[in-house]
Ligand binder design. Structure first.
Ligand SMILES: NC(=O)C1=CN([C@@H]2O[C@H](COP(=O)(O)OP(=O)(O)OC[C@H]3O[C@@H](n4cnc5c(N)ncnc54)[C@H](O)[C@@H]3O)[C@@H](O)[C@H]2O)C=CC1
Ligand SMILES: N[C@@H](CC=O)C(=O)O
Ligand code: NA
Length: 820
């Protein structure tokens, strides 16, 4: 016999799926391979039978509806596949079986009780019906098939519900049976067998796979095909990890591990007879027949990945037994696990610290209270004496298992695993690694499960490409420019930086839109307009936290004075923040410190290079100097692109207001240019620099020399402000003329020296380093211990949409590099 095929419930579940099953069997027959086929019950039938049994045992009269529906489902298949002239015979055959089933239910109803033995008989009708049905159809189509009731050849003990197979006897019966019918295709009822007394028994979980495996082993087949409704075993549960893909080849041991931790495609323990004979199992998809699926065999073929798959148990409780009295006392764990075994409590994972001070183990949360009581009783004496401090149970946890034979050959797998979890703020509650080095398990909080599975999957299977999930708030000048720049760089980032920036949320002051599957960047503004809901920043932030996406970045491209109130919460929720908005860093010092400390402790990034000098590398350079131990003596600079432009362009005879309008049109000014002209913007920048070098200065410590007349200062609106500026033109002309008379130019300079900040307008001559300026240039001179005789000078355009957006962009990329 070449192979055994097995079709699960979903494959036998509908007319369309049975169509596929027939096609697969006919195709095998055409190539004349010798094979046999095992069937499960039609999907849902086993449960329907159990429900019918329970109802019959508990109600006074029988409710025929379930059985009628079941009969109708089978008849429908007959009417579809069998020509009218031949239908009556098959219908009669199925009706005979259903009548037998009705008699069983009558019996249950009569005695108002359903024993395990009766239950096994009852559910056996599921496989007997589906197999009989398909046999009739194939026979009708002219295939040499025969119905084989597995109860005739699979012999078991008396343990109803999960009977043990008597292999020697069963193997002999199977071989004899197949020898006697060499030229026929046996269609076999899965899941069932019989005991010595001839009673029907069932084989427990994965029962039809077991049947296939028993026949495969008995007949020494070359391969067993398990036909199901998914594309084989996958690298992770595709419902949780969209990027999961089929594992082409996996070892028995790996399959065992993955299944233990929740991967439900096959149930390897039921495939044991095949494993013992080194028979490969091929998992295939009835609904995608040409797909290669997964081969499960003794040794898996070499794979390009270090790990083979990831699986999880979503609901778990962790029990921690702890106490100094446990150290060096032999037998505490023996006692612990003996009592758990006695109570049939299954332990998913165990971890013991080498100090022997505590043992922790994971269990199904449904039995947590029971375990609590059992242990309290068992260890009452130790608890009373203080040897055991207590039994602590933590709920709402999940466990993730990272599985693969390749881990034995590679070092650093757990390092990578823990590091990626850490960078995403996922707390590891407990961990265990089997000495086989086939599996590393981590227990985490359930709320982090999806995020953890996705980042782990990304790390081990797509380590070349890391996806950053970007939320952009503020779609004005800078925000829109950033979006444009992102569109142009997608391919470069993937190829050279291994990064994919996925926009998952966007908001302005009117609307907001979130889509965790990604928002097309080049259409983001239109989509925000058409699909966005009305904006509520608090709600937007709440959604970000709830989604808990891996590698999340919040870009604040607004000038809002409120948004920073959300930064702290975002850091705590493990979201990095990137911003050109200076408000957060220039508020009260305590707030500045709290933000920076929180970001640091949560392992997320707070990036704000564009707070000073737009895209010029000011903050980065300063941080590098500080980190390498340099000491700052003085910082001096022209920190306003707008004011730089004004004093470069304004000459007596021109309109000062018109030059400012030009600066605004060029994107140099703040959304409200009063912020620039009042000196406020410069004050924020120099305050931020002072804090970066470690000074605890407040806004009130800054001396700002005003450059605009008080009437302009007091203007209530931007328009009124421009009008006042127009009126004050001669004031500015006089200032400039005065400087010109001395062959000087005006420069608005910020200075930090001796822990004091001063900002004011200076007339500087040609010998001054700030004399030569152009456009919206900024210049910053750092005088430090190392740059003492000649300062380190950074100079260039310090305002404008393109240079600012590219600074924000670079910050995002640097977060990506950190996370990789
Ligand atoms: N223009 C430049 O050269 C530079 C600008 N910056 C900073 O960039 C930031 C953005 O500036 P622009 O793009 O010119 O501003 P903008 O006024 O053009 O755009 C701001 C955007 O933020 C949105 N917004 C404002 N408040 C909001 C809120 N509470 N919730 C949601 N959305 C809100 C607005 O709807 C708009 O889409 C400012 O903080 C500015 O100081 C920093 C460095 C250089
Ligand atoms: N309005 C600012 C922009 C950069 O921060 C400026 O003019 O410098
Ligand atoms: Na900068």
């Amino acid at each position: 016999m070449e192979k055994i095929l097995k079709f699960g419930g979903t494959s036998c579940g509908s007319i369309a799926s049975i169509e596929s099953v027939l096609a697969i069997i006919e195709a095998n027959h055409q190539v004349k391979s010798s094979f046999a086929v095992v069937f499960s019950a039609m999907s849902g039938v086993t449960n329907a039978l159990l429900e019918a049994g329970a109802t019959a045992a508990s109600k006074k009269t029988l409710e025929p509806t379930i059985i009628e529906a079941l009969e109708a489902r089978h008849f429908e298949v007959i009417r579809h596949f069998i020509p009218v002239t031949a239908q009556s015979q098959v219908i009669a055959q199925i009706r005979t079986l259903v009548n037998e089933l009705r008699d069983v239910l009558k019996g249950i109803n009569l005695i108002q009780e359903i024993s395990p033995k009766t239950s096994d008989l009852l559910v056996s009708f599921g496989e007997r019906l589906s197999t009989a049905l398909i046999t009739a159809i194939l026979k009708q189509r002219g295939l040499p098939v025969r119905f084989l009731d597995a109860r005739d050849v699979v012999k078991t003990n008396q343990q109803f519900g999960k009977a043990e197979v008597r292999f020697a006897e069963s193997n002999a019966l199977i071989q004899a049976d197949f020898n006697a019918h060499a030229n026929e295709i046996a269609l076999i009822t899965g899941f069932i067998g019989s005991n010595d007394a001839g009673d029907t028994t069932t084989l427990g979980r994965g029962g039809s796979d077991y049947t296939a495996s028993i026949f495969g082993a008995a007949l020494d087949v070359n391969e067993i095909e398990i036909w199901t409704d998914v594309d084989g075993m996958m690298t992770a549960d595709p419902r949780k990890v969209a990027a999961a893909f089929t594992i082409p080849s996996i070892s028995y041991a790996e399959a065992m591990e993955l299944t233990h931790f929740g991967a439900k495609v096959i149930y390897p323990p039921s495939l044991q007879p095949a494993f013992a004979k080194n028979i490969p199992i091929r998992v295939l998809n009835t609904f995608n027949q040409t797909f290669e699926g997964t081969v499960v065999s003794k040794v898996s073929s070499p794979s390009p990945y270090i790990i083979t798959g990831i699986s999880s148990i979503d609901e778990l409780a962790l029990v921690n037994v702890q106490g100094s009295g446990m150290i060096g006392v032999a037998g505490v764990s023996a006692k612990l696990f003996t009592v758990l075994a006695k109570e049939k409590i299954s332990v998913v994972l165990i971890s013991q610290a080498s100090s022997e001070h505590s043992i922790c183990f994971a269990i199904d949360p449904q039995v947590a209270s029971k375990v609590d009581k059992i242990l309290a009783k068992e260890f009452a004496q130790e608890i009373a004496s203080g040897d055991i401090e207590g039994i602590d149970i933590q709920r709402d946890l999940s466990v993730i298992a990272v599985v693969g034979e390749g881990m034995r050959k590679h070092t650093g797998v757990s390092g990578r695993l823990f590091s990626v979890l850490g960078k995403n703020g996922i707390n590891i509650v407990a961990t265990a690694q089997g000495s086989s080095e086939l599996n590393i398990s981590v227990v985490i909080e359930k709320k982090d499960l999806s995020k953890a599975l996705n980042v782990i999957h990304e790390t081990f299977f797509f380590s070349q490409i890391k996806t950053l999930n970007l939320y952009l708030v503020g779609a004005g000048l800078i925000g829109k420019t950033l979006l444009n720049q992102l569109v142009g760089q997608e391919r470069y980032l993937e190829k050279y930086k291994g990064l994919r920036i996925q926009l998952v949320g966007i908001a302005n002051s009117r609307k907001q839109l979130i889509n965790p599957a990604g928002i097309s960047i080049d259409q983001a503004i239109e989509l925000l307009d058409s699909d966005g809901e009305s904006a509520s920043l608090a709600d937007f932030v709440e959604q970000i936290k709830r989604l808990n996406l891996p590698n999340s970045i919040f870009a604040d491209c607004t000038a809002s004075k409120e948004i920073h109130q959300h930064y702290l919460g975002l850091f705590e929720a493990n979201v990095s923040v990137v911003t050109p908005n200076k408000v957060a860093n220039s508020g009260p010092y305590a707030q500045y410190a709290a933000l920076h400390q929180t970001a640091l402790s949560k392992g997320v990034k707070f990036m704000y290079e564009t707070n000073v000098g737009a895209g010029l590398p000011v903050i980065n350079t300063l941080q590098g100097l500080i980190a390498s131990g340099d000491r700052f003596e003085k910082i001096e600079g022209i920190l306003s692109g707008t004011l730089s432009f004004l004093f470069n362009q304004f000459v007596p005879g021109k309109s000062f207001a018109a030059v400012l309008r030009e600066a605004k049109a060029k994107g140099y000014t703040e959304p409200d240019p009063r912020e620039d002209l009042s000196g406020m913007d410069v004050a924020r920048k120099i305050l931020i620099l002072s804090r970066e070098i470690g000074l605890k200065l407040e806004f009130a410590d800054i001396t700002i020399e005003k450059i605009i007349p008080s009437a302009c200062e007091a203007a209530p609106t931007v328009d009124a402000f421009f009008e006042e500026l127009d009126k004050a033109n001669s004031y500015f002309e006089a200032m400039v003329n005065e400087a010109y008379a001395e062959k000087k130019v005006l420069r608005y300079i910020a200075k930090l020296e001796n822990q004091k900040i001063s900002i004011g307008l200076r007339a500087v001559g040609a010998d001054h380093p700030f004399y030569q300026m152009d456009g919206a240039d900024n210049v910053i001179a750092f005088t430090t211990k190392r740059y003492h005789d000649r300062p380190l000078v950074i100079k260039g355009p310090g305002a404008g949409a393109e240079v600012t957006a590219s600074g924000v962009f670079a910050d995002i990329v640097s977060i990506g590099s950190y996370l990789s």
